[in-house]
Design a protein around this ligand. Structure first.
Ligand code: PLP
Length: 453
């Protein structure tokens, strides 16, 4: 590749995702990533990086899987595309729907396909409101969500999400979304508060808001089982049971956004299974195809489907809903999961190994907390070990600074405010986990003088 020319074209013509375009220009273009294999990516200069983020929380089976390329190739030759609008479906779409229903289990019997997590949540938004209208309760239109949640970048996703910086751009959220406290005990716990008391307070915030707006007006509660883009926020045990009980008490639908937590990430096929929940709908994407092709899905309970069936046309669908090539790749991806026991391996082997390895960072003077569930992990950067004291005047800068130091040392991780988060491919080895932890440790050491200045 002619990397200088690609970087020039990047500045001249390309607007990358979630980017400060001024900085892109000042940097002389984006870092060009040219190839990948296993858990490693390479940039245009030939420098390798251990991919601690599985791309963007998605490349679960790792890079370079020939059988996924073959599945796409064969499906493209047979039937590259057909839609599901004309009372039509394709073999891969039908088979994948059945497979997802099997993996999700319980009453999540039916699946609607889209291309991205954002679209999946658009589907959730419209389907939930349509459902309540069909039930004769159209006033049940309000969604309850959490601050700092991430549900995508479309109008519904940004509105359901709780990212204030995203709300500020584009005049969102749209009316009908109520945001409540997130279960981020390290930041929002009171001094000396127990996990149980914190859970009770966070759940009470939800119930209070429901009562404030009127339970008869609330359509659904939506939440990521573990908030990913918010900073890998793992709620204390008991939180989700309380949330589910509140939903049941007021007849509110429970929607789990499994776009990150789905497909083995927590050591279960889905995050809701870790917490023993019975959601009415779940959204998934990313790990569904390990990012090899864009595809997402919403799995829906049979009770909801029964109501939809009685309601005539649901005037909702994407050109690429049930895209046969994307579905064929997703099926081949799930076959790899099953053959290599990636869910069980995450639960019994690599997940616990990561948890133990992260403990080595707990003694670092800049670490306030380490946490993980399965292969989702976070390191909280603070000014005083074991506390939640951030660097005064520099709040939110430690994550990106340490992230950059990790990237310099050949590790891709993400810096979210003052947190380093990781989400490696599910094929990660013990040796690679050790490398992630030691590079983060070295990056913390390197950043300490600057942070303490
Ligand atoms: N929901 C969650 C929980 C996510 O983490 C994301 C993306 O990170 C999305 C939705 C949006 O997915 P996409 O970027 O595919 O639109």
């Amino acid at each position: 590749y002619d990397i200088p020319e690609l970087r020039r074209l990047d500045v001249a013509h390309h607007l990358p995702a979630q980017t400060d375009y001024g900085l892109q220009q000042r940097n002389g273009g984006s870092k060009i990533i040219t190839r990948a294999d296993g858990c490693t990516i390479w940039d245009g200069e030939g420098k390798p990086y251990l991919d601690g983020m599985a791309g963007l929380w998605c490349v679960a089976v790792g890079y370079g899987r020939e059988e996924l390329a073959k599945a796409a190739y064969e499906q493209m030759l047979e039937l590259p595309y057909y839609n599901t609008f004309f009372k039509t479906a394709t073999p891969p779409a039908v088979k994948l729907a059945a497979k997802i229903a099997e993996l999700a289990g319980g009453n999540l019997s039916h699946v609607f396909f889209n291309s991205s997590g954002s679209e999946a949540n658009d589907t959730v938004f419209r389907m939930v409101r349509h459902y309540w209208t069909l039930k004769g309760q159209p006033q049940r239109s309000i969604f309850i969500s959490r601050w700092n949640a991430y549900h995508g970048t479309g109008v519904a996703g940004v509105s359901l999400g709780g990212m204030k910086a995203m709300h500020a751009q584009g005049g969102l959220p749209i009316p009908g979304v109520e945001h409540v406290m997130q279960p981020y005990k390290m930041n929002e716990g009171l001094p000396g508060e127990s996990d149980a008391d914190f859970c009770a307070r966070a759940a009470q915030a939800i119930e209070d808001r429901i009562l404030e707006v009127g339970p008869e007006n609330v359509a659904a509660f939506i939440g990521e089982p573990v908030q990913g883009a918010g900073g890998v926020i793992i709620p204390p045990e008991g939180y989700w049971q309380k949330v589910e009980a509140i939903c049941r008490k007021y007849g509110i639908l429970l929607v789990c956004d499994e776009v990150i937590t789905g497909f083995g990430r927590t050591g279960n096929w889905f995050g809701f299974q870790h917490y023993g929940l019975k959601p009415d709908m779940i959204a998934m994407a990313k790990g569904l195809s390990s990012g090899y092709l864009p595809i997402s899905a919403v799995a829906v309970s049979s009770e909801i489907v029964e109501v939809l069936r009685a309601g005539g046309d649901f005037v909702h669908g994407f050109t690429y809903s049930g895209h046969p090539t994307a579905c064929a790749v997703a099926l081949a991806n799930i076959a790899i999961f099953e053959r290599e026991h990636l869910v069980e391996r995450t639960r019994d082997d690599t997940g616990p190994y990561l948890a133990k390895a992260l403990q080595r960072l707990a003694d670092h003077p800049l670490v306030g907390q380490v946490r993980s569930l399965g292969l989702l992990g976070a390191v909280e950067i603070v000014s005083k070990r074991g506390t939640n004291e951030r660097f005064g005047g520099k709040e939110g800068t430690a994550g990106p600074m340490v992230r950059d130091a990790c990237i310099e040392r050949g590790l891709m991780v993400r810096g979210i405010r003052d947190t380093i988060v990781m989400c490696p491919p599910l094929i990660i080895t013990h040796e690679e986990i050790d490398r992630i932890v030691s590079i983060i440790g070295a990056a913390l050491d390197a950043c300490e003088p600057e942070l303490r200045k």
